[in-house]
Design a protein around this ligand. Structure first.
Ligand SMILES: Nc1ncnc2c1ncn2[C@@H]1O[C@H](COP(=O)(O)OP(=O)(O)OP(=O)(O)O)[C@@H](O)[C@H]1O
Length: 340
């Protein structure tokens, strides 16, 4: 899929977004609030009459295909039950083939079976979002644009739906997902588009885009948040934490939804303790052996040390006194300890 979209919004803001997405199943779209993500989706879905669009999707322009969109606001018809809202979507779906089983799988995948008899006014925000997602899928789109579709859904249900959605995407329904949730973007998207001031400024694998986003933050506490990720180690998950592997080392996270094959852990630089000995046990649950990649300049008596192991990056903000006490040098192997 390729697109180039121009849409004047205000005197200060014009959307001017271009991207080329090859053979994708799920691509993330992220960026600061007001960057133009929803405007881009609305233009791609044909909802903006002032938009100038050049696009190519499979054979032909995008407007020759069925583009589904799920908004953050569910927009269900209030006078129909949930079942009525869903039936309406199936009535206008692309194919009239008997796909009863598919329809049931979609309703189950979106966790909506028990909601069918309810009125939209009797749904929670998260339930209404799940119904809106099912409605969009039942309509059999060829491309699905998801604008923070599960922002009101609890973490464990969201993880289950996201895993299922990714399978649906991999089976041939490409999706673009707007999200501010770093973990969702990291875990479920093949690549990320980063949008700033109406333009797509970067398209890369999630780790690189998220790292670049953090680096640009005006807040130094955000600039030095690292994300470690890796496959969950089977059988080592309990109610308290999940064990996963990162650069051949075991790590633990408390924030992991059951069922996900991969886990992520955000590590803020101020929470990282480093030592060179690696022998003395610490009360911190994670220990990660890594190398000192760079040592920053002192700022208010603190220094941020960049650490790396393979493709995993980590930061530790420690006192200038600690840097000298540890005789830290670039290339040193250290143990970084941090909470789960
Ligand atoms: N209907 C509209 N008419 C005029 N300007 C609009 C309209 N909708 C949005 N804008 C403006 O366009 C810009 C981009 O808004 P948009 O909603 O696309 O951003 P976003 O990246 O989706 O933000 P968020 O992450 O907060 O949802 C903003 O400056 C917004 O005020």
């Amino acid at each position: 899929m390729e697109f180039s979209v121009t849409l004047p919004r205000t005197t200060e803001f014009t959307l001017n977004a271009t991207a080329s997405l090859l053979n994708f199943s799920m691509v993330g779209l992220t960026g600061p609030s007001g960057a133009g993500k929803t405007s881009l989706f609305r233009a791609l879905a044909g909802l903006e009459k002032d938009a100038q669009i050049q696009s190519r999707f499979r054979q032909g322009a995008l407007n020759r295909h069925r583009v589904g969109m799920v908004f953050q606001e569910p927009l269900l018809l209030p006078h129909l039950t949930v079942a009525g809202n869903l039936q309406l979507a199936t009535r206008y779906k692309a194919s009239k083939r008997s796909v009863q089983q598919d329809d049931e799988a979609i309703i189950a995948g979106c966790h909506c079976q028990h909601l069918l008899a309810r009125s939209p006014s009797a749904l929670s925000g998260g339930e209404a979002q799940r119904v809106a997602l099912a409605r969009a899928l039942l309509n059999q789109p060829e491309l699905l644009l998801l604008d923070e579709p599960l922002s009101a859904v609890d973490q464990s249900t969201r993880a289950s739906i996201m895993q299922w959605l990714r399978q649906v995407a991999e089976q041939g329904l490409p999706m673009i997902l707007i999200s501010h949730d770093i973990s969702d973007l990291w875990l479920y998207c093949q690549s990320l588009l980063l949008m700033q001031d109406g333009e797509i400024v970067r398209h890369d694998v999630p780790s690189e885009v998220i790292h670049a986003m953090y680096q640009q933050s005006a807040d130094s506490r955000v600039r030095h948040v690292a994300i470690l990720s890796g496959p969950v180690r089977m059988g080592d998950t309990n109610d308290m934490w999940t064990e996963f592997e990162c650069e051949a080392q075991p790590l633990y996270t408390c924030r992991h939804a059951a069922g996900d094959a991969k886990a992520t852990l955000s590590v803020a630089a101020h929470t990282v303790v480093i030592d060179k000995d690696g022998q003395v046990p610490t009360s911190l649950d994670n220990q990660f052996m890594c190398e000192v990649q760079s040592i920053g300049q002192p700022c208010n008596g603190e220094i941020t040390v960049s650490l790396q192991r393979g493709s995993a990056r980590l930061y530790a903000t420690i006192s200038a006194a600690a840097v000298s006490r540890l005789h830290l040098r670039i290339g040193d192997t250290v143990r970084a300890s941090f909470p789960a």
